[in-house]
Design a binder for this molecule. Structure first.
Ligand code: CDP
Length: 573
């Protein structure tokens, strides 16, 4: 296998099997074999040839064309056996539920999964507690307990614990929630998002008010100016990156199984809306591997190996569907829910690399068009694959009453098939750009699992050599700056092709997110980067634009924003 030094470091640090003394017991090939064998074991349940599929899965992973989410690589074939990255757990308005869910979250965390929670059902601070005659402490105080528990558990866990905390915009404690991460050191193991309703967005547009409701009694406790709350969100997001927004009504309009329940939260990085107790297995196709020819004379479409992509999507869908059957679930409720809806999330990584190889700048009109084309292809092929599986294995058990239970809809085995994950670690293993993000820098040092990794973009080096402007002194300049701006030896077209995240205006980041969202069942992980000098109005503009463009949620990140809260939970932890 061809693995970079960085990939090997990551695999050695967290993925490869070890004995009790910490001695490494497998090579990366052994790891992929372990994963392929474990997952293909599901084929036997359907009377299929497991060893045939084991080899297909092994080839797909070792060619680095597809990787499943980290827990699958870490846990498959081991006694822990937990393969999913994404979970949502319910938090009901009772001490019992709050602490039962905390325990359950701890079990998920231990297995390398991340959990999202909506705290919207908890009664507000200072509300009555009938059983004790006391007063309630409110959602934010319970989130702090969850955060501390995560801090302790992560010491022994496989990776840094990631949580998503959601509060509805109409919860009486919304201002406290919005402000909480402004204080350094608060909720460091949480990404937080406000669940924004259409009612709120309407009030905002009309410069009006909206109602706050006590979730315990359903009582309207007052109304508040939408703009005043929005300003608080903008202030916090500008300062710290949190909270993000999730457009909860839009998410529920796309809920494939409304008869099973309402969606109230996403997983930690926002790409996977789920019902309470639901899980999802993710996997990502490495798009940089599907360029047939680098000959720029040919039409973009003709340079992609569509046949290989179609074939690999089929195998990947089968892999993800199989992994539901062999997964060892942390809780029976989760097993029931995941096996009922059988949600899988196939997405992409290496998108920025693909564009570079095609010679298309990340924020060129052609890039947005091509994003739609690629993602539509993946969605269509993944649905076909799911339909094909359903013919032999049956539709997902909760099919009746779902949105697919209609004459002109495909009879599918999976309630969802597509999700765009951040691929924070997967992209290091596969040596490609992460998710659908542009390059963050052309050359940089990054801290992965306490090790400093040095990287210069391999495509840039290649072009520099080919076009004859490579030199040590030039590379030193690039290293110092991180980007190519103002370096006069570098031709204009190369500068345009290698634009980094901060050189791309926020509206173009959103446009790319929207392009992929259009053909994605679940959601799209995307950071909307803003330069340090961005103003609060820029954050406001980005939020409104995101809503208007039809995405399911948005997180902004202003470069160099407040330290301590700066690192969003995602990459390579
Ligand atoms: O690349 P990898 O599969 O490791 O993860 P990712 O694509 O960056 O993140 C996918 C999902 O894994 C996140 O949305 C979380 O649900 C979960 N995750 C986590 O639980 N803990 C982390 N430190 C990173 C990711």
């Amino acid at each position: 296998m061809e693995l970079t030094e960085n990939a090997l470091k990551v695999l050695h640090a967290r993925y490869l099997l070890r004995d009790e003394k910490g001695v490494c017991l497998e090579t990366p090939e052994d790891m992929f074999r372990r994963v392929a064998r474990n997952i293909a074991g599901a084929e036997r349940l359907y009377g299929e040839d497991a060893s045939y599929w084991e080899d297909r899965f092994y080839e797909l992973m070792t060619s680095l064309k597809f990787l499943p989410n980290s827990p699958a690589l870490m846990n498959a074939g081991k006694s822990i056996g937990q393969l999913a990255a994404c979970f949502v757990l319910p938090v009901e308005d009772s001490m019992k539920s709050i602490f039962d869910t905390l325990k359950n979250a701890a079990l998920i965390l231990q297995s390398g999964g991340g959990t999202g929670f909506s705290f919207s059902r908890l009664r507000p601070r200072a509300d009555i507690v009938r059983s004790t005659g006391g007063i309630a402490s409110g959602p934010v105080s319970f989130m702090k307990i969850y955060n501390t528990a995560t801090e302790v558990i992560k010491q022994g866990g496989a990776r840094r614990g990631a949580n998503m905390g959601i509060l509805r915009i109409d919860h009486p404690d919304i201002i406290e929630f919005i402000r909480v991460k402004r204080r350094e050191g608060e909720l460091t193991n949480f990404n937080i998002s406000v669940a924004v309703t259409d009612e709120f967005m309407e009030a905002l547009k009309n410069e009006g008010e909206y109602n706050l409701r006590n979730p315990r009694s359903g009582e309207i406790i007052g109304s508040i100016k939408a703009k005043a709350v929005f300003n608080e969100i903008i202030e916090s997001a500008w300062e710290t990156g949190d909270p993000g927004l999730i457009f909860i009504d839009r998410i529920n309009r796309a809920n494939p199984t409304p008869h099973i329940g309402q969606i109230e939260s996403t997983n930690p990085c926002g790409e996977q809306p789920l019902l309470p107790y639901e899980a999802c297995v993710l996997g990502s196709i490495n798009l940089s591997k599907y360029i047939k020819t680098e000959d720029r004379g040919q039409k973009t479409e003709d340079r992609i190996d569509w046949d290989m992509l179609a074939e690999d999507i089929k195998i990947a869908v089968r892999f993800l569907d199989d992994s539901i059957d062999v997964n060892i679930y942390p809780l029976p409720e989760i097993e029931k829910m995941h096996k009922g809806n059988r949600k899988i999330g196939l997405g992409v990584m290496g998108w920025a690399d693909m564009l570079i190889l095609l010679g298309i700048p990340y924020n060129h009109k052609r890039a947005f068009e091509f994003a739609r084309k690629i993602m539509k292809f993946i969605r269509d092929k993944s649905k076909e694959a799911s339909e094909e599986l359903a013919k032999k294995r049956g539709v997902f058990p909760n099919f009746k009453g779902s949105i697919y239970d209609a004459p002109d809809m495909p009879k599918v085995r999976n309630a969802t098939t597509t999700t765009i994950a951040p691929t924070g670690t997967l992209s290091i293993i596969a040596d490609c750009s992460s998710g659908i993000e542009p390059l963050f820098a052309i050359a940089y040092k990054r801290l992965v699992l306490d090790t400093e990794l040095y990287e210069v973009n391999k495509y840039f080096v290649r072009i520099a050599e080919k076009r004859g402007f490579y030199s040590e002194s030039l590379m030193n300049k690039v290293f110092k700056k991180g980007n190519l701006k103002g370096i006069k030896e570098i031709p204009m077209d190369v500068k345009r092709l290698f634009k980094t995240a901060l050189e791309i205006p926020p509206e173009d980041h959103i446009e790319m997110q929207a392009a992929f969202q259009e053909y994605t069942d679940n959601a799209v992980s995307k950071t909307i980067n803003l330069p340090n000098k961005a103003k609060k109005e820029d954050v406001e503009k980005a939020f409104i634009l995101a809503y208007d463009k039809g995405v399911k949620g948005i997180t902004v990140f202003r470069y160099g924003a407040k330290k301590g809260t700066l690192v969003k939970i995602a990459d390579s932890d």
